[in-house]
Ligand binder design. Structure first.
Ligand SMILES: [Zn+2]
Length: 159
């Protein structure tokens, strides 16, 4: 179920040891964590409970349930923050353990035509940009609470 040496498996086993990455919600098939880049207010990462590299590696029922949990998380972020649009990304080039990035995008974003990664890459090289992209309108614990409230209102299953 877990893979030795996989950083996501380690994080899921010991979420309290990570800096940031607060657990937002434990679904039956995945764990939602608040992402680092809260300049995109409400950004979450949804990691599959089991170690799998590709969606097709999951059994059919588990894959569908994982997708439904991602949609529910997205709906909750929409409800809590009313972004202009949500972006869904399943990359895994650095950490090949299934995890969705759910990025809310807001009006006024200067890079609205691009995925977030160029801006994040630029922020990694520039302390000022990093602070801007890491800092949301609310403290992180308040952001977590708002998403949790929305998930509870939507009747999200809790593992
Ligand atoms: Zn893993």
């Amino acid at each position: 179920m877990s893979e030795p040496g996989c950083p996501m498996c380690q994080k899921l086993a010991h979420p309290e040891q990570g800096k940031g990455d607060e657990v937002v919600w434990r679904f039956p098939n995945s764990v939602a964590m608040l992402g680092r880049w809260q300049g995109y207010a409400g950004y979450c990462v949804l990691a599959a409970n089991v170690h799998a590299r590709e969606l097709f590696d999951l059994p059919d029922d588990g894959r569908r349930a994982y997708f439904d949990e991602m949609c529910l998380l997205a709906r909750a972020i929409q409800k809590a923050f009313s972004p202009h649009k949500l972006n869904y990304e399943l990359l895994g080039n650095q950490v090949p353990h299934l995890h969705w990035h759910v990025f809310p995008r807001y009006q006024g974003d200067p890079d609205l035509l691009s995925p977030v990664w160029k801006a994040i890459d630029a922020a990694e090289q520039d302390a000022g940009k990093k602070t801007t992209l890491e800092t949301g309108p609310d403290p992180r614990e308040r952001t977590v609470a708002r998403i949790q409230e929305a998930l509870a209102a939507l009747g999200a299953p809790n593992a």
